[in-house]
Structures are given as C-alpha cells and as structure tokens.
Design a protein around this ligand. Sequence first.
Ligand code: SAH
Length: 258
Amino acid sequence: MGKVYIVGAGPGDPDLITIKASKCIQNADVIFYDRLVNSELLTLAKKETELVYCGKSPNKHFMKQETIHQLLVKYAEQGKNVVRLKGGDPYVFGRGAEEAIALASNGIEYEVIPGVTAGLAVPLNVDIPVTYRETSRSFAMVTGHSITGEPTEVDWKGLARSVDTLAIYMGMRNLSFIICQLLKAGKKSTTPIAIIQNGTTTHEVVIVGTLATIEKQVVSKHVRNPAIIIIGEVVKIHEQLLQLKAMNRYIESRAIEA
Ligand code: SAH
C-alpha cells in the first residue's frame, strides 16, 4: 500500500512552501495538483513523476471531487507515493478533510502537511496585519461562496457585530451582496476594505477603499479572482506604512542630492 500526502502549497509565491511540503513533492510518484498551485513548484518533482491537473479543464469543468477521491485511492492501492497538492493550506476552504475522510474510509494511510493560507499571507504581503493591538482583537476567515453558491449561508450579521477583521475567500462574485449585508448589520460605509488579487505573486494587484467606494474601484481596476477581501481598521496600516516608506525614500533622495 502507498500513502497519500495532502499538502499545502502556500499562497502563490513558490518560496512560501514549507520544507516538509517540498520534500513530499520531491519524493512523489504522482502529484494531483490544483489550479491555484504555482506551477514552479512542480519543477521540484522527479522527471518521472506523473502530474495530474485537477483544476478547471478547457471545457470549464473541474475534475469531480469523487473522481479525485477514487484516483487517490487507486494510486495508493498500487503502492504509489501520492501527493495531493493544494493552494494555501489544505484544510482552509480546500476540501482537504473530505479527501482525508475518503482515504480513511478506504483504509488508506494519509498525512496532511499544513500550508501558509492566503487569508494570512496575502494581506501580510501588503502590510496589512490581521490583528493589531487596540484595533483588531479578533479575526475570521470566511467563505464568500458556498457549495450551493448561495451567499446567505454565512452569518454576516454575527460577523459584522463580533469580529474586528474579516478575510473573505472566494468573495468576488458576491461582493455587492456581502457589502450590503455588512452595511445592513451596522458596519459603517467608511469601514476600510482592501482587495488583493494574485497576492504574493509578481501579478499582485491591491486596491484599498471603503465599503462605499470599493465596488467602483473593482470595476475600474478589473480586479478578479483569485482575490482576498480584507475588511477592518487594520487596512489603514497598509496606507500608514506606504506613507512612511515614501517619506523615507524622500529623505534618502534629499540626502543623496545634498
Ligand atoms: N486553501 C486555500 C484557499 C482555497 S479557496 C488557502 O488556504 O489559501 C480559493 C480562494 O483563496 C480564492 O478564491 C481566493 O479568495 C483565495 N486565494 C488563494 N490564493 C490567493 C492569492 N494568491 N491571492 C489572493 N487570494 C488568493
């Protein structure tokens, strides 16, 4: 019997993978990888490693979750060293636990390797801390999309009232709905919000605004998935650090001139 490693690939920057995860890739006989995995990471694999893409195909269909389960079981039963490589952390909106259940149900040994999740690393990379003394004592990772596609399954009212910083994954399609729910629940329209597309990669795009302005900014800057939405006072730290760094550059340039 082989073994299946359910592995987190990190948020985009290939250097943000863990050492344990990269060792798994190097030792794999077969790798089942998702759309958001940086393809550079696949170059760590041996030449003979079989690479199986599980993301959206040209006909726009994802490989069915059941098909993935069946394939993981099949390859492990053949004695293969199997890696299931997922963006970010495999257990944060990654369906990794569903795969673990499928493997355990079939008596297959597995191990889960954590990854750096987008909701933490993507804001961090643009100087937005998810917690901050005084302004953010709580933080929630929320899905903006659910299995049925119905955005109503999240308790937006409860989140708006009790959590200081929200990191919303997969929220772009429902952005208007989410903002509307938060405003209804009493969030001020001046609440800061940042949206970061392709965070930690060379294609990173950041927009910063308020609940009142952000939708227009999304349209004018063409911001799309994959993007993380960060809502809360912590977003102001991004601007504060931008200003401080600009000031430092100015002082430095004056010093050089002098
Ligand atoms: N397991 C992953 C999340 C998978 S859900 C993790 O732990 O990060 C996919 C969603 O994650 C995307 O729709 C987007 O909201 C977010 N995401 C993943 N990578 C991202 C990136 N590089 N930049 C911005 N958002 C990202």
